[in-house]
Design a protein around this ligand. Structure first.
Ligand code: HEC
Ligand code: HEC
Length: 353
């Protein structure tokens, strides 16, 4: 007799979870898609939240009672692989790996949120931007947990394949259609509510829609790293925006900024000189900026040397080649064309056009 053990909801959560963590992982190395990586990661975190609720209060085949979490069972499962008889719906390895993956997803998610808070002043923990936290260390933790998560997922998949082909358990089919063959006739099938499945799937899709369509959402919002230069440095803002975007003064060192200001007659091939009074005001404004926190300081530049010639800049923009700029009719130095918050001194992956 065939009975149902995994409801629609359980199966949908399972496959969405797998899809999100895998795609998030695959995108993690593409800087311009960091927002998508984060979106998928937060969606995975959201699924874990739903799954834990499901684990405690949900349908029978998803609940804690369907997991075999006895240490002894795990030991016998490994030592006596071929004779081991499951006492629960899930074998001990599947039970442990599921819970381990939830915990790791939680840790990956939290370290991700701490990282974007500390590094970019983005999201739920944006206040960390003003604390003395080393984003690099957080990033390493994030990557470590991420790798462990993918490793666990990989072992889980190997386990499933082994179970399916070596033990002929038909588990792959069970994961897809939710049913399993049993001998006993008196076991009742578990509930399989379509309504709950539709509700939980819609909840997840709506959550993703919110993250994607409203980029200024609570997870990515970056207000704290914006400086209102228009009122902080009104003279500079007015004068230096005449020919190009406003280059925030604390993007480079004070030294570089002073070089530029002291050499305006010979300014990147043009004469941008100002009268002495205006220049003095701008210099005064510039000196105040040493105190304003900047996410990035480009190395000291020689006179009339563009930021775009620095190794730092080239490294961040490796993915665009010369043709790209020609095709899209964008100048490298027009930072604002891509970095929406640029004139406020804010550069981060969540504000990319
Ligand atoms: C008369 C026009 C003009 C004015 C006014 C002007 N600039 Fe420029 N500036 C330029 C040109 C032209 C470039 C080269 C731009 C390019 O390559 O896209 C440039 C480049 C720059 C760059 C280098 C950007 C990079 O590639 O790294 C900085 C920084 C800069 N200007 C700062 C200022 C500041 C500060 C002021 C105000 C004191 C100012 N500019 C006023 C014309 C001007
Ligand atoms: C063609 C679009 C484009 C232009 C023009 C551009 N950038 Fe970028 N920049 C990107 C992308 C995409 C990234 C990678 C996403 C990210 O890391 O924010 C990036 C990354 C950066 C980063 C690293 C951010 C981080 O995540 O650590 C800095 C700093 C930066 N850009 C500065 C500048 C400056 C300064 C200019 C102008 C001189 C500039 N960019 C012009 C697209 C652009």
């Amino acid at each position: 007799m065939k009975i149902l053990i995994f409801s629609y909801t359980t199966r949908i959560l399972h496959f969405l979870f797998a899809t999100f963590i895998l795609s998030s992982y695959l995108l993690s190395d593409i800087p311009s898609l960091l927002w998508l990586h984060s979106t998928l990661g937060i969606a995975a975190l959201f699924i874990v939240l739903l799954r834990v609720i499901w684990f405690l209060f949900g349908e029978e085949g998803a609940k804690i009672s369907s997991f075999d979490l006895k240490y002894k069972s795990l030991k016998y499962y490994i030592l006596e692989y071929f004779c081991f008889k499951n006492s629960k719906i899930r074998n001990p390895a599947a039970s442990y790996s599921a819970i381990l993956m939830w915990i790791l997803t939680f840790l990956v998610g939290i370290t991700g949120i701490v990282f974007i808070g500390a590094k970019y002043g983005s999201g739920l923990l944006s206040f960390l931007y003003f604390r003395d936290i080393d984003p690099h260390f957080i990033k390493e933790m994030h990557e470590l947990f991420g790798n462990l998560l993918i490793l666990t997922a990989g072992l889980h998949v190997i386990g499933v394949i082994a179970d399916n082909y070596l033990k002929q358990s038909g588990i792959v089919k069970t994961m897809l259609d939710g049913t399993i063959k049993v001998k006993a006739e008196n076991i009742l099938p578990f509930s399989n509510s379509k309504l709950t499945a539709i509700f939980s799937t819609s909840l997840i899709l709506l959550f993703i829609l919110y993250l994607v369509s409203y980029r200024d959402n609570i997870f990515f919002n970056t207000q704290v790293s914006h400086n209102d230069y228009k009122s902080l440095a009104p003279v500079m803002y007015a004068e230096c925006k005449e020919c190009h975007v406003f280059y925030p003064p604390n993007l480079t060192s004070l030294q570089t900024q002073m070089n530029i200001l002291n050499n305006l007659e010979n300014h990147f091939g043009t004469d941008a000189s100002l009268d002495n009074k205006t220049l003095a005001l701008i210099i005064q404004e510039t000196k105040l900026f040493g105190k304003i926190k900047s996410q990035y300081k480009f190395e000291d530049l020689e006179n009339n040397e563009s930021i775009t010639k620095t190794e730092q800049w080239k490294h961040f923009h490796e993915e665009f080649d010369d043709n790209w700029y020609v095709e899209h009719k964008i100048k490298r130095t027009n930072c604002k064309a891509c970095h929406i918050g640029f004139e406020d001194g804010s550069i981060n992956p969540f504000e990319i056009k």
